[in-house]
Design a binder for this molecule. Structure first.
Ligand code: URA
Length: 438
């Protein structure tokens, strides 16, 4: 087989065989194919697409390119969840303990933040002492003991995806639906998931800016998962404003704890109940998501989900005192209010820019090497549809770098569109895609 021929075959719109896709992924992972040939192939994929069969083959080739996590020591079905990423998305902090409290093992491998979206691992790392790396034995033992573990994803899982993603990032080939789909799904398969619930974000803070693209990505991932024998469901959910009010690591942990105490923002609670309801449905704990929502709401109300979060923090060496005493989390030395300069109603929020302002204040990384200020970020006081009074705060900014506050205030103010017309509040759940229907 010659890579030259495979590039040409794809460039001229033909379907590659399973063996040909395996050849590309195996040889790229082993460093026997040069970047320029694989980059040319990726560009051909962007123009010609991949068939559902090719997408499934690419997913499996990447999933099996490194270590595959073996969760067979754990009883019952293994369900994982993945979000395509958004601003203020602290869902995993609430959802993982909630689903574990329902008796389903949650073996979660999560990412760090990069760009305008945050990462679960950085949020957890804002809790003093919390260990984000466990070896495989520790990971499984913890799951056997308390049914939940949340760790940083390692490079040993799906190394082909890691390498290919870096190449895509440098060659303008990231935003291609079959490539995104196989990238995400390969990591879930390598992490041992038997069933997968996907949260595909749509809006101006998400990868997918419009509902049409989000539905196609959701459908492609559900079809890919189904083709390779995994029960897969995708929710398409709103990201035209941050999820909840808090953006920034420690600030988001505080909001997640409030949600586990039943005092969280309505959009975050609704999203966690919906994603969780599907997870425990796929795991067979309940027979449909309606029952799932009711069951999980009980676990929020009776404190079982919060207890599970405490068990998680304690097991991974973190300071569980933060649960009753959120002031024990890193605190910013400097705060500033951002007052509205007009009255009316919030009509739109530039969500990706809100994420970038939080990052500028210290909450995220522009490069992998950057250090995070765990206390930095912002809290919104107004969201879409809310009434605003001139001079009253739209947001509070938090940082340990006070010189950044003037520009951050100016930028944050510009993220809000305020007008006389009242607009409806944003819907969080936009669509549910299952293997059979929408
Ligand atoms: N997230 C991933 O993991 N992979 C992609 O290709 C895009 C988003």
């Amino acid at each position: 087989m010659r890579m030259y021929d495979l590039i040409k075959k794809k460039r001229t719109g033909q379907e590659l065989t399973t063996a040909e896709i395996n050849y590309i992924i195996d040889n790229y992972t082993n460093d026997t194919l040069p970047d320029y040939q694989v980059a040319a192939w990726l560009m051909a994929v962007c123009f010609q697409g991949l068939s559902p069969r090719e997408t499934a083959d690419l997913t499996m080739a990447m999933a099996t390119s490194g270590e595959m996590l073996d969760l067979s020591a754990l009883p019952g079905p293994k369900v994982d969840k993945h979000s395509t990423g958004g601003v203020g998305d602290k869902t995993t902090l609430v959802l993982a303990p909630l689903v574990a409290a329902a008796g389903v093992p949650v073996a979660k491998m999560s990412g760090r933040s990069l760009g305008h979206t945050g990462g679960t691992i950085d949020k957890l790392a804002s809790i003093s002492g919390f260990k984000v790396s466990l070896n495989q034995d520790e990971f499984i033992r913890q799951l056997q003991n308390i049914n939940i573990a949340v760790v940083a994803q390692t490079g040993e899982l799906a190394p082909a995806d890691k390498k290919l993603y870096a190449l895509r990032d440098a060659t303008a080939t990231v935003d291609n639906i079959p490539l995104i789909s196989s990238s995400i799904m390969s990591k879930k398969i390598a992490a041992g998931a038997e069933s997968i619930v996907l949260d595909v974000k749509v809006g101006n803070g998400a990868f997918m800016r419009n509902i049409e693209d989000a539905l196609i990505l959701a459908r492609t991932m559900v079809d890919t998962g189904t083709k390779i024998g995994r029960h897969t469901v995708a929710l398409v959910t709103g990201m035209n404003q941050p999820l909840g009010f808090a953006v920034g690591n420690a600030l988001e942990v505080v909001e997640a704890i409030a949600t586990l105490k039943g005092q969280g923002p309505p959009d975050l609670q609704a999203l966690c109940l919906e994603l969780g309801a599907w997870m425990i449905t796929l795991a067979g704990v309940v027979s449909n998501p309606e029952q799932g929502r009711i069951h999980l709401k009980t676990l929020l109300d009776n404190g079982e989900a919060l207890k599970k979060f405490k068990a998680l923090v304690t097991a991974q060496g973190g300071d569980a005192g933060v649960i009753d005493n959120p002031q024990r989390l890193p605190q910013a030395k400097f705060k500033a209010l951002v007052p509205a300069t007009a009255k009316g109603y919030v009509q739109a929020i530039l969500t990706d820019e809100v994420g970038l302002v939080a990052m500028y204040l210290g909450a995220g990384r522009a490069t992998k090497e950057d250090r995070i200020d765990y206390a930095a970020g912002l809290i919104l006081h107004k969201k879409i549809g809310d009434q605003v009074t001139n001079g009253k705060p739209l947001a509070t900014l938090y940082t340990n770098s006070p010189e950044k506050l003037p520009l951050a205030k100016e930028r944050l103010l510009k993220t809000f569109t305020i007008g006389n017309q009242q607009v409806p509040t944003e819907k969080i759940i936009r669509a549910v895609i299952t293997k059979d229907d929408i």
